[in-house]
Write a protein that binds this ligand. Structure first.
Ligand SMILES: *[C@@H]1O[C@H](CO)[C@@H](O)[C@H](O)[C@H]1NC(C)=O
Ligand SMILES: CC(=O)N[C@H]1CO[C@H](CO)[C@@H](O)[C@@H]1O
Length: 356
């Protein structure tokens, strides 16, 4: 896959070389924010891939400015956008693949979004849908951007910039859902084994980012993925898939430890971990049924232009489609991440990490 992208990447490299250094942006420009991970943060990378996990069709984007689909897996702005707004940007920095072959130099130093729907920590995760950018490839793509920045401004300045940048990552739920068979749920040992594999692979990827120069890591733990409409409809009583929630909880617990370990092993490394599992957002009239989809809980089939029913009051819904939160939910989640108490974001919240 890396070889497949080497063409477009080279084009991007040349563009960066021709662009003015970010020093011309002025000293008051905020440091960049880099996004990695899955569909929770994707702002259009999958539009460029051969995959079923592609949402550049209505009614996706119905509440986005202009009402147009962009490749975000929700009705409007997503978590990457709201986080970017907290740190002073208009919305998420552009999708990496949208920058290839374009004149983007004015925006690239606000950051880049490498997230790709369907992707996970493991290489093969999401391949049932077609192509995606696994975490390893996202980091490779980041390296190419960074290397070219270094050519422009020199290593010292590039390192200084990275040390102040925020690295925001959402991954793991696709790995868990795709390794889970509801009719044959894993034993406790098998759950721990899966979580250990995911956590050690994730840890190695975070170390790679650190080795390149990343210092501030904002990590999204998993929420109750057993309660999303695509899972809930499979429970005869309409409850959550408790086994899946149990794996997500184990993942959060192990990753919280991994982050703590990393911060003691890696000098200057700082982090904020969003314990999504513990967060309950109030104020939605509908917490179970997806706004767009079909079948039980609108979770049996994907949200699509023709086949789906669409709810009337989107802001009343927690879930937009079978897997993803609505814009309203995304805004509330970011508020907890950014401003929340240590009950939900440990050991500090994203704002404290950003300001540190
Ligand atoms: C289904 O939901 C009920 C609660 O309504 C819960 O007790 C049960 O464990 C769930 N079944 C599975 C397979 O998760
Ligand atoms: C020196 C260096 O790393 N240049 C890289 C610029 O980016 C392109 C692709 O993004 C790479 O192929 C170059 O190696």
């Amino acid at each position: 896959m890396a070889a497949y992208w080497s063409g477009p990447l080279l084009v991007l490299g040349l563009l960066i070389l021709q662009s003015p250094s970010w020093a011309v942006q002025g000293d008051d420009a905020p440091p960049p924010v880099f996004f990695f991970g899955d569909s929770i943060l994707d702002v259009g990378n999958n539009n460029y891939l051969d995959t079923q996990a592609k949402v550049n069709v209505t009614p996706y984007g119905i509440d986005f400015p202009g009402g147009r689909p962009t490749g975000r897996f929700t009705n409007g702005l997503n978590i990457a956008d709201f986080l970017a707004m907290e740190v002073g940007l208009k919305r998420s920095p552009p999708a990496f693949l949208s920058l290839v072959g374009r004149d983007f130099h004015k925006r690239v130093f606000q950051g880049v979004n490498f997230a790709s729907g369907g992707s996970g920590i493991l290489e093969k995760t999401g391949s049932i849908f077609g192509q995606n950018l696994p975490l390893s490839l996202q980091i490779f793509q980041f390296t190419t951007v960074y290397n070219n920045c270094t050519i422009r401004v020199g290593e010292a300045q590039a390192q200084a910039m990275l040390a102040n940048s925020l690295f925001f990552i959402s991954t793991g739920s696709n790995d868990i859902m795709q390794n889970f068979n509801p009719s044959n749920p894993p034993t406790s040992d098998q759950k721990d084994e899966l979580v250990a594999t995911l956590a050690s692979t994730y840890k190695a990827h975070l170390q790679e980012l650190y080795n390149i120069g990343a210092r501030k890591f904002a990590i999204l733990g998993l929420s109750k993925i057993g309660c999303i409409p695509s899972q809930r409809w499979q429970n005869e009583t309409g409850g959550c898939m408790e086994e899946l929630n149990d794996v997500a909880l184990r993942f959060d617990n192990v990753m919280e430890n991994v982050m703590c370990q990393l911060s003691s092993e890696l000098s200057g490394m700082k982090y904020s971990f969003y314990v999504g599992f513990d967060v309950f957002l109030d104020g939605f009239a509908e917490m179970e049924i997806a706004c767009c989809g079909s079948g039980k809980f609108n979770g049996e089939a994907p949200c699509s232009p023709k086949a789906s029913s669409l709810c009337a009051e989107r802001r009343d819904y927690y879930y937009w489609d079978a897997y993803h939160p609505t814009q309203t939910t995304a805004r509330m989640v970011v508020d907890v991440m950014y401003n929340g108490s240590p009950q939900y974001v440990v050991p500090i919240n994203f704002k404290q990490l950003w300001m540190s």
